[in-house]
Design a protein around this ligand. Structure first.
Ligand code: FAD
Length: 651
């Protein structure tokens, strides 16, 4: 029996019972599995093993063929998000039109009037209109209110004039702008009668629909090579007094009347709600590529054998405690993220359905949670790919392992759609507000998402003298409340000393704000993990998942318990007990690890890895790729070798 088969025999739970929990339902799990199976047999959707030897132009074109094949497979239901998930798992690299369907189309749906949706939506789905999301400029990204592109209303002609007033205002970075887009959803400062009315969204044609050449007044192109992300044409865009009909400003929440009046309706914050759709994708879809990394790394760590045990047999490298320490907490964290992502996805959907009915009551909660999870999850996915690569030794460094591509194509998510630091600060602001409301008992806090603030006193008073696993939740709650308390106290002390609140925020308490937000998200992930375990259909599965959840929490407590020590919540004895508990959990989870990654049900073709295949035979495939797939081996290097031979060494 091969070594992976032997490992599978040691798994103590029913792997099939976990799969539906990972996808939200049995049906959804089956749907994705079938999609991946279908992909397996279609040559055009495979990423060539030689892909990373090609130049970027050829890589880009090959992704076009892949996109077409995916679209046929999806039966041209281009905005069906669950299947988009399948294409991301399958291709690892960025997809054509990901930004378009993730941001532009939702923005039109959410911010457009019925007339605008009627005018554009069908053309959007048929890709006659292919838009990019043009918000960021060379000089400003995070600070959206400081964008400088202008949209000036011309009352005489009932048009907007879109203009780039300086090089700082050139749109820079939008994905799909460089080569693909013929329209851009442009975020520009609305100017009416010389007065600015803030940044609004405008649909602007940028390339001729027949020739695909830039329209008059438009300069557009690709910004150049980046870390990986080769198949995404991030672009630049400059406008010189481009006129568009007034109809093209997305006008569900703001409109300019013919006589130059600006009328707002609903909550202006909703104009950024389109961002939430893309962030939901980032939170719910991309962590699934971390499951790819871990499937590869855990399988390989079982198949890879180095050094002998006391019976003279070679050890799988997963037997070594340090290897378990590298991989198993990541696996536990992945599960917490997948389960939390499903919950956040439901919250975003609920918020959206309410926003459509002009009910904004969940908006702030949804924004805060999505900001924090976006930051936490995207750091995790890149970090996870990097640690998986490191855990696979030399072979992890090769593109044939599949791991470098996952790292490269996920690391932009840390920056795009809200830079992570800024995201954490937004959650921290919300947490401080809740904390002060709870302290003054001025308002009952939303129990579903922030119930711990309703138990402020009890949590503040809690002390852990002898750690047991039953106390994990209380410890994580304390970690949140005490870090917020410390941050708030520091802030108030600075303000009482005469500093203004903005300066305190910007220059004095940034790192405290960061850890308060991060501690909240780690607590929220553990809570979501526990809630999901309750949905498992048998006790055996519940037992293993509980062990995994507690491994996750123990690793968090060991890494980030300084606040608990500082405030006397925990003593040295308990820290020692947590450390022992952590190593014990590594031992418990090790034999389950293969079952836990294989519960994602990724097939070999979707892993794109020579070292992570289901048959546990890494060497034949790696050798085969080097000799058969590597086109550089067919290149004649003799001319340069001959020239080098002519160098005369100075003796
Ligand atoms: C691959 C990729 C794809 C992208 N796609 C798009 C797209 O399709 N459309 C689009 O419009 N844009 C896109 N962007 C741009 C992206 O949204 C921005 O780069 C991102 O929002 C970060 O903004 P920034 O570049 O202004 O970073 P900055 O805000 O300048 O960040 C630089 C540093 O300053 C720190 N910082 C800034 N302000 C503060 C503060 N107040 N407090 C503490 N720290 C601070 C940050 O944490 C960071 O460390 C893309 C970017 C990338 C990399």
């Amino acid at each position: 029996m091969n070594i992976l088969e032997q490992a599978r025999q040691q798994v103590s739970f029913d792997v099939d019972s976990v799969t539906p929990l990972l996808y939200g339902s049995k049906e959804q799990a089956e749907h994705i599995k079938q999609f991946l199976e279908k992909c397996k047999n279609i040559p055009e959707v495979q990423t060539s093993p030689d892909y990373y030897n090609w130049n970027r132009g050829i890589q880009f074109l090959s992704k076009g063929d892949q996109a077409l094949a995916f679209q046929k497979l999806l039966d041209f239901k281009l905005d069906e998000i669950p299947l988009y998930l399948g294409t991301i798992i399958y291709s690892a690299t960025t997809n054509y039109y990901g930004v378009y369907f993730g941001m532009v189309v939702p923005a039109i749906k959410v911010l457009g009037t019925d007339e605008q949706i009627n005018a554009w939506y069908t053309d959007c789905l048929n890709l006659k209109i292919a838009g990019c999301y043009a918000q960021t400029e060379l000089a400003h990204g995070s600070d959206v209110q400081s964008l400088q592109t202008t949209a000036t209303y011309d009352q005489k002609t009932d048009e907007f004039i879109i203009h780039t007033p300086s090089v700082e205002a050139v749109k820079f970075w939008p994905g799909e702008l460089g080569f693909l887009a013929n329209w851009a959803l442009v975020y520009a400062k609305l100017i009416v009668n010389n007065k600015s009315h803030g940044v609004q969204a405008f649909m602007v044609p940028i390339r001729d629909l027949n020739t695909h050449k830039p329209l008059p007044g438009i300069e557009v192109g690709d910004i150049g090579p980046k870390i990986g992300y080769t198949s995404k044409d991030n672009g630049y865009l400059k406008f010189t007094h481009c006129r568009i009909p007034s109809f093209n400003m997305l006008a569900k929440y703001i409109k300019v009347t013919r006589d130059g009046q600006v009328i707002r309706q609903g909550d202006p914050k909703v104009s950024y709600s389109a961002m939430m759709i893309m962030r939901k994708l980032i939170i719910t879809v991309y962590p699934r590529t971390a499951a790819t990394s871990l499937t590869i790394a855990i399988r390989y760590s079982i198949a890879r054998q180095q050094f002998t045990n006391d019976q003279g047999q070679e050890n799988s490298v997963l037997e070594y405690q340090t290897q378990q320490h590298k991989l198993l907490p990541l696996l536990a964290n992945l599960y917490s993220i997948i389960f939390t992502g499903l919950k956040v996805g439901q919250l975003v959907d609920l918020n959206f359905s309410q926003v459509q009915k002009q009910d904004f009551s969940l908006m702030a909660i949804c924004h805060a949670i999505i900001c924090g999870t976006k930051a936490n999850f995207t750091y995790f996915v890149s970090n996870c790919a990097e640690w998986c690569r490191l855990s696979c030794g030399g072979h992890g460094y090769a593109h044939y392992s599949g791991l470098p591509a996952i790292y490269q194509d996920n690391c932009p998510n840390i920056t795009l759609e809200g830079e992570n630091q800024i995201m954490y600060l937004q959650l921290a602001r919300f947490l401080l507000k809740l904390y002060n409301q709870a302290k003054q008992a001025s308002k009952k806090i939303n129990e579903t998402y922030f119930g711990l603030f309703n138990r402020l006193q009890a949590i503040s008073d809690y002390r852990c003298t002898q750690f047991t696993r039953e106390q994990i939740l209380q410890l994580l709650e304390s970690n949140v409340i005490h870090s917020i308390q410390i941050t708030n106290d520091k802030m108030m002390a600075h303000i009482n000393n005469g500093l203004d609140p903005k300066s305190v925020w910007d220059y004095k308490i940034g790192t405290d704000l960061w850890s308060s937000a991060n501690n909240f998200i780690e607590y929220y992930k553990y809570l979501s993990f526990l809630q999901t375990i309750e949905q498992a259909d048998n006790n055996n599965t519940k037992r293993v998942l509980r062990d995994l959840a507690d491994l996750f929490a123990a690793s968090i407590l060991l890494e980030g318990s300084s606040v608990l020590i500082e405030t006397g919540v925990i003593n040295v004895e308990s820290i020692k007990l947590i450390r022992e508990f952590y190593t014990q959990q590594l031992t418990i989870i090790k034999p389950e690890a293969i079952g836990l990654v294989e519960a994602f049900r990724y097939n070999d073709a979707s892993l794109r890895s020579t070292i992570g295949c289901s048959d546990g035979q890494p060497y034949e495939k790696t050798y085969h790729s080097a000799i058969n797939e590597n086109t550089l081996n067919k290149t004649d290097f003799k001319p340069i070798v001959n020239q080098l031979k002519n160098i005369k060494a100075r003796l």
